[in-house]
Design a protein. Structure first.
Lengths: 212, 286
């Protein structure tokens, strides 16, 4: 799930300067799970903006704002949205940009910071275990990703700086290489053998997939 | 005898770490180097250590060499991608720098430019391998070089790391990738040293054990509590009771080297900016 957090209100109001009629859009998927863009947060945002002299023309929580088909069906021709001068978007970067691709003639104010692809431990506790690098090696590392979970993204083994099993960079984090070592039944033969040169996936991984 | 020749000989090897200045005033560093010339085998020049921005290691290495000091260029994986690392390896070679110590490098969040982008495009194993690849006359993508370098490569190992097995596996991996020598974290614990020496006896690389100049009991307590380095309370007591803790620290460092000397290939002295006291330490070595 995509983890997001809301920006400060003053920053949002700054972006809305000069716009009086506003329509608020939420997300029923990840942002609802994160409690950053669900029904409740959309309502709270509308109330907060109303307190700050904005006219709320309406609100909607889209099923999945990252799906342009949904945006076309439920938002593009929404009358109340069309009455507004600005859409306030409580969605992740993918959601916001899907909306931007479809709704080309209206001013957009995204109000969430998109943090990472996260695993939920419990509500409010999210962990980044995968960084979507596009060159997955967790089949070799006991299902644990050093690219994401090692502070230095070391792919061939640990730096040796861990103290009491914790990362030298962040003492709240376990050293993922020690976890991998334990997952591999403390057998170092595999780690010794394992060789990997990272590809610079931010450039080489597909930015776009087309089935035809 | 050059550092590389010393590595190949039976000589007890002594290297020390020098920090480039934050700024362009290089005179104090060159003074310290002059004091140590002829007394140690290698001058290990740090690469923005602790992720604190400083003058570059390569420039200092060249200046040291011009003064008759054999430099060891530290290269971290933190700040440069593979293009820059390969290019700097070639640059080092044409400047006559052949000793390279490869490290991952402290993370930017531990330094003074906390918002800097951590690069880590290659890791230490890959960087060693990269240097060896350049020696064969091609670069990392297989393109032919017009003139190829020769290096003497080193890496680091932490004998204090737990599990030690994992560190030993990394050491073997680094040796296979091209490391000819290692330097370690400071060791104050003779039991631990004994275990480490026994377990690495068969490894085909020279190991220089870290020796740290403790200037005060506070430093020792910090290293023990925050860095997990086992420093016996005996040493801490001595530093606390000494009228000059620095002098006591010099004596302790000398004692450590004397104890290690019969068992190890050499030592790497970390004096943390107080390199002018290294001759004093060496005078205490029996």
């Amino acid at each position: 799930m995509i983890i997001t957090k809301q920006k400060e209100l003053n920053k949002i109001l700054e972006q809305l300067k000069g716009k009086s009629k506003v329509f608020v859009v939420g997300c029923a998927a990840c942002a609802t799970k994160c409690a950053t863009g669900g029904e409740e947060q959309v309502k709270a945002m509308a109330e907060e903006l109303a307190k700050n002299q904005k006219t709320i023309t309406g609100t909607i929580v889209l099923d999945t704002p990252c799906d342009m088909r949904i945006v076309k069906k439920d938002l593009l021709n929404n009358d109340k949205a069309r009455q507004a001068e600005s859409l306030v978007l409580l969605a992740c970067g993918a959601g916001v940009q899907s909306i931007a691709q479809v709704c080309t003639d209206i001013y957009l104010v995204p109000v969430l910071d998109t943090l990472f692809l996260g695993s939920i431990e419990r509500l409010g506790n999210f962990n980044q275990y995968c960084s979507l690098c596009g060159d997955c090696i967790i089949d070799e590392t006991g299902g644990l990703c050093p690219v994401t979970r090692c502070a230095k993204a070391l792919v061939n083994g640990p730096c040796g700086g861990a103290i009491g099993g914790k990362c030298e960079v962040n003492s709240d984090q376990d050293c993922v290489w020690i976890l991998i070592y334990e997952k591999l039944n403390k057998n170092t033969a595999h780690i010794k053998k394992y060789r990997k040169i990272k590809s610079n996936t931010s450039i080489t991984k597909p930015q776009r997939i087309k089935s035809r | 005898m050059t550092f590389k020749e010393a590595l190949k000989s039976k000589k007890f090897i002594i290297t020390a770490e020098l920090f480039p200045p934050k700024g362009t005033n290089i005179q104090p560093l060159l003074e310290k180097a002059r004091l140590l010339r002829g007394k140690i085998d290698g001058f290990n020049v740090t690469d923005n250590q602790r992720a604190v921005m400083r003058l570059g290691s390569l420039a200092i290495c060249r200046l040291l060499q011009e003064q008759g000091c054999d430099p060891i260029l530290q290269m971290t994986c933190r700040d440069r991608n593979r293009i820059a690392l390969e290019s700097d390896l070639l640059s080092a070679s044409v400047l006559g720098i052949e000793n390279i110590l490869v490290l991952s490098g402290d993370h930017p969040t531990q330094g003074d430019h906390k918002e800097a982008k951590p690069v880590y495009d290659l890791d230490p194993v890959q960087l060693l391998k990269t240097a060896r690849t350049l020696e064969t006359g091609v670069d990392l993508v297989g393109k032919k070089l017009d003139g190829s370098p020769q290096f003497c490569l080193g890496a680091v190992v932490n004998p204090l790391a737990d599990p030690l097995d994992l560190q030993l596996a990394m050491m073997e991996k680094k040796i296979e990738a091209g490391a000819e020598f290692f330097q370690t974290q400071p060791i104050f614990d003779s039991k631990l040293l004994e275990t480490f020496v026994a377990k690495t006896k068969e490894f085909n690389a020279k190991i220089l054990i870290g020796v740290f100049l403790l200037k005060s009991a506070q430093v020792a307590i910090f290293m023990k509590e925050k860095l997990g380095i086992n420093i016996s309370s005996h040493y801490i007591d001595r530093l606390q009771q000494a009228t000059s803790p620095l002098d006591e620290g010099i004596t302790i460092a000398g004692e450590l080297i004397s104890q290690m000397k019969p068992h190890v290939d050499g030592v790497h002295i970390m004096a943390l900016g107080m390199e002018e006291h290294i001759p004093g330490i060496l005078n205490k070595v029996k």
